[in-house]
Write a protein that binds this ligand. Structure first.
Ligand code: NDP
Length: 477
């Protein structure tokens, strides 16, 4: 089998490899992907450092052409890359194609953004002096990504890093290297100069750690778990480098008595269970007021009955497998914890057997949960959701905000008053009214607060905040 190698200083290298396994069919090896070392990482950082002076001063048209070419190729290959994504991560084929289209759109967006780079010219408070405010690229950016969005998250970090003139060392999650390899191959062929984008696949504890330990990495953008995020933060402070963290969530969706029941059920089913609940923006706490509680639980349970859990590649599958055995164990452990804590298992909770061996788990709904239970406080990152009954809107809002996380927060209501109040008072980076908590646009800021995120927002024009450093220049006229 071919080994998909790492790209370091414009050369494909690496002979040690790890198997990429399909979670829908564990007999299938999606491919063999290089297992990089600390030495490879050091070489990649050195290559990115050497490439920075020329790339940071490259013309914006050159950058535009490369980003545009990448976006176009990803779009042209959306079915093939979507299938690769579904096979390596386990989200359904339509979800995976949708994510691939998203990656293309992100490259298209930053291909446009690079042509709009601008500064400001401002009069000085002193006579005969001019002031200019411009943005410089940071230098070598370390990109560390998780397994749950194998093409979109790499795209929303790589595209802005290149757009603003940075060079890159990119380490994707070891579980899902295939889409990352494909993006890097596309950009390499699109004409990126040697060393501008380096790919080092391998273990977080080896490759990721070598990035954290390097004084030559000027900025690290990280998406992943809270635990690893804290390591990135500590190491980055040590090196006085800029860092950006997107981490976990325990996103609430409030359902009020006046909600449109269908809208509430569709939003809850989508954000709680689609993509196997493995989205940082997934709703894992449904906070429901007394008047609608029983009707809502009955309708949501009826909806869950209709959802098909099966091979991600099969037409008609609504929910693919859990990503791997380790995550499946986390999910089933939490299901046991929920039962022991006294929540009522209203639906699911069982492992499923399908035609192909995979990590299939029923969508799982707990009712009679409290917000203090571990299943309501800790991120599970699987298709496991708790319903928390509350008296009224005020209690619902307080419960929604009573969490260490703050990524996305939703409400289902037909009341303008409550929707407006919720938008103002939800302690989250993103608020959704009558929509799933998951599912965001690519051209506007993405990120959270409290334990979910640290540093500037990602995506849209707000991405400039992380990938550049502001410079103020004074000139005597
Ligand atoms: P991890 O934190 O385990 O891994 C994230 C990345 O960090 C992986 O590439 C991993 O490498 C790497 N890593 C692991 N150890 C180190 C280390 N010592 N130094 C540097 N890098 C390291 O998270 P998961 O991949 O398990 O992703 C799931 C988590 O991500 C969930 O908690 C989820 O909420 C969060 N997430 C947040 C999002 C957001 O935007 N807020 C979006 C998507 C996910 P390796 O390949 O070896 O694992």
């Amino acid at each position: 089998m071919t080994i998909y190698q790492n790209l370091i200083a414009g050369e494909w290298i690496g002979s040690d490899a790890t198997k990429n396994i399909n979670p829908s069919d564990t007999n299938e090896v999606v491919g063999l992907y290089a297992d990089g070392s600390a030495e490879d990482t050091k070489n990649a950082i050195a290559a990115a450092k050497a490439a920075f002076p020329a790339w940071s001063r490259s013309g914006i048209w050159e950058r535009h052409v490369i980003l545009k070419k990448a976006g176009d190729e990803i779009m042209a290959r959306k079915d093939e890359l979507g299938a690769l994504l579904a096979r390596e991560e386990g989200k359904t084929l339509p979800e995976a194609i949708g994510e691939t289209i998203r990656a293309s759109q992100i490259f298209e967006f930053f291909a446009g953004e690079v042509l709009r780079l601008a500064g400001e010219t401002i009069p000085s408070v002193r006579p005969n002096i001019g002031v200019e405010i411009t943005r410089d690229p940071l230098g070598v950016i370390g990109i560390i990504t998780p397994w749950n969005f194998p093409i979109a998250i790499p795209a929303w970090k790589i595209a802005p890093a290149l757009c603003y003139g940075n060079t890159i060392v990119f380490k994707p999650a070891e579980l899902v290297p295939a889409c990352s390899w494909a993006i890097v191959d596309i950009l390499h062929r699109a004409g990126l100069p040697k060393g501008v984008l380096n790919l080092v696949m391998g273990k977080g504890s080896v490759v990721g750690q070598a990035m954290l330990d390097s004084p030559d990495v000027a900025g690290i953008t990280f998406t992943g778990s809270t635990g690893t995020g804290k390591r990135v933060a500590a190491a980055s402070l040590e090196h006085n480098r800029k860092f950006q963290l997107e981490m976990g969530g325990k996103n609430p969706m409030v359902v009020l008595d006046d909600a449109d029941l269908n809208v509430a059920v569709e939003a809850a089913a989508n954000s709680g269970f689609f993509s196997t609940g493995q989205r940082c923006t997934a709703s894992s706490r449904l906070i429901v007021t007394e008047g609608i509680h029983d009707k809502f639980v009955a309708a949501l349970t009826a909806k869950l009955e209709t959802l098909i859990v099966d091979n991600a590649m099969k037409s008609g599958t609504h929910i693919g497998p859990v990503v791997d055995e380790k995550q499946l164990k986390t999910d089933t452990d939490y299901i046991e914890i929920g039962k022991k804590e006294g929540a009522k298992l209203a639906f699911g909770g069982e492992l499923l057997k399908r035609d192909t061996p995979g990590f299939y788990l029923q969508p799982t709904l707990f009712t009679e949960a409290t917000n203090q239970m571990r299943i309501s406080r800790e991120e599970i990152f699987g298709p496991v959701v708790s319903v928390i009954r509350v008296k009224d809107y005020e209690e619902a809002l307080a419960t929604a905000n009573d969490t260490p996380f703050g990524l996305s927060s939703g409400i289902a209501t037909t009341s303008l008053k409550h929707a407006t109040h919720f938008k103002r008072n939800a302690e989250a980076g993103m608020v959704m009214v009558n929509l799933p908590t998951a599912g965001v646009d690519f051209h506007v800021p993405f990120g959270g607060r409290k334990g979910s995120s640290y540093g500037p927002r990602e995506q849209g024009s707000y991405a400039a905040e992380f990938y550049t450093s502001v410079k103020t220049s004074y000139t005597l006229a």
